[in-house]
Write a protein that binds this ligand. Sequence first.
Ligand code: FES
Ligand SMILES: [Fe+2]
Length: 445
Amino acid sequence: MDQHYEPELLTPADLDDMLIDLPEEGRFEVGRRMFEDPAVFDLEMRHIFESTWIYVCHESQVPDPHDYFAGRIGLNKVLITRNGEGELKGFLNSCTHRGLQLTTAKKGNKKNFMCPFHGWVFNSDGVCAVDSHADGAYSDSFDQQGHNLVSVAKLESYRGFVFASLSADVPTLTEFLGGAAIALDMFADQSEEGLEVLKGEIRYSSRANWKTQLENIDGYHFFPTHMSYIGLIQKRMEEDNPTVQTIDATAMASMPGGAYEFENGHCMNWTFMPNGDERPLGFQREQIEKQFGAEKSRWMIDHVRNAIIYPSVLFMDQSSSTIRLVHPVSATESLIEIYCLAPKGEPAEARERRIRQYEDFLGPAGLATTDDQSLFEACQRGVMSSQIPMMHGYGRGVERIKPGTDSAGKAVGIDAMTHSDINDEAMIHGSYRVWKEMMAKGLAS
Ligand code: FES
Ligand SMILES: [Fe+2]
């Protein structure tokens, strides 16, 4: 599914110039160019976003026959539907007549999509129902071409999380997720009834490159960036009946924690929280411990966890539980969508806690995500106004990366390539190595 014109060519030497990856010399640096050059961005869309699995939606967002969800894969608008038999289908959200975006609604239920321009009709199987011969206006040749919606090359669901690929040349979704699948398992295991995405998604645009958005999981930034939020948590903890019960992030720096790199650029961090009972899942501690044992339930309830499934999504089980999709728009702009994920059938107090924590940390008037956003945009402005080619922003911890999984992770079967400190930046290195591999493979093709 190659639909691009040839972008300005980059060379393998350009890629080498953009990533200094010399851990034996204590160096890991990235080039500013990869955050602002439209030619780099074009190749990223083609050789990264259109060449791998991209998370699109959760099955709970399309539960019934003929439900649909409009998502994105890089710059491509896509449509996930359930057909009349309840099977998941994926298409480009583009009328095969003149290309019009078939639905601008985010989700809904439709047996048929009628294009508002000339009235062509497509069913939830993507089949075009237009009678092109009705008035004899179209040629035989036109009729023979077929005008169904264009299917995505691959579509798979892992425990309810729906991913699609525009390239058929990808491993299975399970192989792609590799060891990082455990991040999704620790969500999915929270309810035997399954998970549901709650109403009230958050959507905003950001004047910053998609990679800046994606990397929002280093513990290193937490205290300087979120000082005002931490001050508020401290204040709330002194109150008898605070407006929102929050996780005790004030103690984060002194708590056990860590970070793992997995294959294909995925990674995950974790920190122990001393007040896990204040988290929504804390309301079900007894049942979770009975079902999963002490070790795994500690991971599910008392550890906050943030995972990147490269290159497009963050699964964050921390203040509430959220899916954060990062959609690239241009070299200097992104579109972010955040969804709150919850175990179906959880107690009412837990559901209320989950929603309050979601609003409190992540909402448009939230207290923490806004900090991150303003600094991402400031990063972008700094990148674009500087002549210095390389950034030293990823070197922290380069000499203390250890192979495999630490003892805390081994206890619950985490199978990582490396582990490092949560306050280091080493967990991001794999993403950049995959970035370079995919770009180089693309240049060679
Ligand atoms: S563009 Fe869809 S019917 Fe013409
Ligand atoms: Fe942050």
